[in-house]
Design a protein. Structure first.
Length: 82
């Protein structure tokens, strides 16, 4: 899961100014996939939303579109298999 994260040109996609252009979204997605408790999942939920846009304002950047397939991979993963 998430093997292709490095293939996405994250730095070339419009994203929040506070992101480290090449690292923030992949880091947040990996953290979400690795969440082992409900508490970790809640923390990484917010991390992902702020990596993709402004959660409080409800605005998202084009980088969110590139993240969607990876979110799908995370959702499809059987938590019992992890």
């Amino acid at each position: 899961m998430l093997e292709d994260l490095a293939e996405v040109p994250w730095g070339s996609l419009a994203q929040p100014d506070w992101n480290a252009a090449n690292d923030e979204v992949p880091f947040a997605l990996r953290a979400l996939a690795a969440a082992a408790s409900e508490h970790e999942a809640r923390e990484t939920y917010h991390q992902v939303l702020f990596a993709l846009g402004n959660n409080h304002a409800g605005t998202y950047y084009p980088v969110a579109l590139a993240a969607v397939p990876f979110l799908g991979q995370i959702l499809e993963t059987d938590p019992e298999a992890m």
